[in-house]
Write a protein that binds this ligand. Structure first.
Ligand SMILES: O=C(O)CCC(=O)C(=O)O
Length: 284
């Protein structure tokens, strides 16, 4: 059973259904200024690390709201780690949180975060693809190497990006992300991380770079970049929040049946612009 310090189920419900404090909502709308060097780094390597995307004095409430959503989603799951599938052992995965909880909507729909995605990809407008909290349990397993976009029915994978925000200290020991720099330019290769992962051939010629994060730091990685994590070899939860973005105007690709059931594109036909109730425009 999962537990977080100073968090009861009642408190979690209350937090998730309240507005964030004014100073935090204002902060989430405030632009984060990227240097040309950071944008260039993202373009060349397929990922970038950014410091203090969430500033220290805003993080504790944001972290508690995200913990609350994980608590409510997972409280009825009484299984121990060893009773879970190998995929489930790699993280507690809680998605589409912004549609269930008003406070999560304020975080996930943040213009500050979406603006970073827009500037890194050098596009005009950004839509939400989906959100997921990814909490690696104490002694939780590794996340197999993969490219995110191979699970998404999006015809323009080069214009997708994920932000992975550290809510606590994220290190090599507890399962920080590693990336294969420049592998966004490699061939695409589907890895079945859910049931039968393999080490992708396409990533083999690239070297691995671990990216530890302090609380409030974040990475952004392209949907084409190969990445993974090691296991959580500590007795504390590794807490990460992800938000996935796509370029406004991206289109639905129904050619791979494994991906078409994705909730974000329900009702679309092959080739149509992705513009659904779950993919709002997040930038002005
Ligand atoms: O958090 C993890 O362990 C893996 C995250 C990941 O693969 C992703 O955000 O794309």
């Amino acid at each position: 059973m999962i537990k977080f310090e100073n968090l009861t189920k009642d408190k979690a419900k209350k937090l998730l259904h309240s507005h964030l404090p004014e100073s935090v909502s204002e902060f989430l709308e405030k632009p984060y200024t990227l240097s040309e060097k950071q944008i260039q780094y993202y373009q060349e390597n397929g990922f970038v690390k950014l410091e203090s995307v969430i500033e220290e004095d805003k993080l504790s409430i944001i972290r508690q709201v995200i913990q609350s959503s994980v608590l409510l989603r997972k409280e009825s799951d009484k299984r121990t780690l060893s009773e879970k599938s190998k995929y489930e052992q790699s993280f507690l995965q809680c998605g589409y949180l912004c549609w269930d909880f008003p406070a999560m909507k304020q975080i996930v729909h943040s213009k500050r975060l979406a603006g970073i995605a827009r500037d890194l990809m050098r596009v005009d407008g950004i839509r939400l693809w989906h959100d997921q909290a990814l909490f690696k349990e104490p002694n939780g397993g590794a996340t197999s190497v993969h490219q995110d976009s191979s699970y998404w029915p999006i015809a323009e994978p080069q214009f997708t990006t994920t932000t992975w925000i550290a809510l606590n200290n994220v290190t090599k020991e507890n399962g920080c992300l590693y990336f294969y720099p420049k592998s966004h330019l490699a061939k695409r290769e589907y890895v079945d991380i859910f049931k039968n992962p393999h080490q992708p051939e396409a990533a083999k010629k690239y070297h691995k770079e671990y990216v530890p994060l302090n609380p409030g730091d974040a990475t952004f990685h392209s949907g084409l970049t190969f990445h993974g994590t090691d296991a959580n070899n500590t007795n504390k939860m590794r807490e990460g929040m992800t938000i996935i973005y796509l370029k406004d105007g991206s289109t639905f690709d129904a050619s791979d049946e494994r991906n078409t059931a994705h909730k974000s594109c329900s009702g679309l036909k092959h080739g149509e612009i992705i513009k659904t109730e779950f993919t709002p425009l997040l930038t002005d």
